[in-house]
Ligand binder design. Structure first.
Ligand SMILES: NC(=O)c1ccc[n+]([C@@H]2O[C@H](COP(=O)([O-])OP(=O)(O)OC[C@H]3O[C@@H](n4cnc5c(N)ncnc54)[C@H](O)[C@@H]3O)[C@@H](O)[C@H]2O)c1
Ligand SMILES: O=P(O)(O)OC[C@H](O)CO
Length: 351
């Protein structure tokens, strides 16, 4: 069911973390009817009474057009009244959330537009979001799914800082519809029809941001970072080509744009994990105190399995995996990366 006003959409955002809250605020601010699902009653009360999220983006006063709902998962009756569903849930939880919504039971001719903003690869299955959606909800739901990705810190968008992102889908019409929904003077959307490339780039940049953080934590400066980011881009592209992505996607906002942002800012949770590891803190302590998801940790494990499966040359990713999952030290990682054998610089980067 569509809303009364032609341009006004009825939007449900799941869930109330940094990015979900920020996007819900953005969409509500441009006059959509926006509902945000929260898993705790005190968060619902705080949004609806004080327009504040007590757990994330605490300094921000959210749009009064935003209504918090929950804590139960919205039922199909409510979901079927929405024009758009925005999923801002960590990748490792997306399958269980999708299964609990039963979207496969909706009338396939009246499916809402779906937009996923998570950046990761499912652990255990090593699947990208599009494949998880297909398995959890069927191919019709996967066909209307879109993926918003690019250099976009919630902390900056919520302050209305200019931001540009890619919106991708297997269908150009759906990608365009989602891009139009979000597209505003300070938030520009570019359409891309390579969802595999966009998803892989978004997931992998988190792993390389951990490497860049380690380098900073160990005291290495700009030269080292520039080299690391460049070689990371080459690795990402090589992995993408092996998994049928368009290599040019890695030169887009979703590729080098997000890689550059995340590898160079302490606002990034993934960079921060690496930086603190470089400073000698334990991973367990960092994750306990981070207060928010760092997708690169789990993705390093899935991506490592993918690289092994196709026998790809991805030494930075392999060492990040060993650092996070096999007890290699940050100094070992730095040493190993400086001792890599010489190779053809552009090897494996084109299809
Ligand atoms: N924060 C950003 O700037 C940003 C920008 C772009 C993309 N992303 C991506 O968006 C996704 C979410 O990131 P975030 O920053 O909002 O994370 P966050 O840690 O701030 O919040 C995570 C949210 O997911 C919810 N959640 C966790 N497990 C859940 C489960 N099992 N069922 C339902 N809800 C669950 C939490 O309650 C919380 O609301 C990640 O994949 C991230 O990479 C984040
Ligand atoms: O804080 P991070 O490292 O999860 O990065 C957030 C966004 O993905 C940046 O585009």
């Amino acid at each position: 069911m569509s809303s009364d006003k032609a341009d006004t959409k009825r939007v449900l955002v799941l869930d109330d973390g940094n990015f979900g809250s920020c996007l819900a605020d953005h969409l509500a601010d441009i006059d959509n009817d926006v509902f945000i699902h929260c898993r705790k009653q005190e968060v619902i009360d705080s949004f609806n009474t004080h327009h504040r999220n007590p757990n994330y983006l605490q300094d921000h006063i959210f749009s009064k057009n935003l209504t918090a709902i929950g804590p139960e998962v919205p039922d199909l009756g409510f979901v079927s009244t929405c024009d758009v569903l925005v999923f801002a849930i960590p990748t490792q939880s997306m399958r269980s959330v999708l299964e609990s919504l039963h979207l496969d039971k909706l009338d396939p001719t009246r499916l809402p537009q779906l937009c996923f903003v998570n950046k990761g690869i499912e652990m255990g299955t090593n699947k990208l979001p599009l494949e998880v959606i297909e398995e959890a909800c069927g191919s019709q739901v996967a066909h209307v799914s879109t993926f918003l990705s690019g250099p976009s810190f919630a902390k900056e968008i919520v302050k209305r800082q200019p931001t540009q992102v890619s919106v991708s889908s297997t269908s150009i019409q759906h990608a365009q519809a989602t891009a139009e929904l979000f597209h505003q003077p300070h938030f520009r959307c570019y359409v891309n029809t390579d969802p595999i490339g966009v998803e892989l780039a978004g997931a992998l940049k988190n792993v390389y941001a951990i490497a860049s953080g380690v380098s900073g934590g160990l005291g290495f400066e700009a030269n080292t970072r520039a080299g690391l980011v460049t070689r990371s881009l080459a690795e990402m592209t090589r992995i993408g080509v092996a998994y049928n992505a368009d290599p040019l996607t890695f030169l887009s906002l979703a590729g080098v744009g997000d890689l550059f942002l995340t590898c160079s800012s302490e606002k990034s949770r993934n960079f921060t994990v690496g930086y603190r590891l470089g400073k000698g803190e334990s991973l367990e302590h960092i994750l306990e105190t981070l207060g928010s998801v760092a997708e690169g940790v789990d993705t390093a494990k899935s991506a490592y399995a993918m690289v092994q499966e196709r026998n790809l040359h991805a030494p930075i990713l392999e060492h990040v995996y060993r650092l996070l999952w096999k007890g290699e030290s940050a100094k070992d990682l730095a040493k190993a990366l400086m001792e890599l054998p010489m190779m053809e610089e552009k090897e494996g980067m084109s299809s």
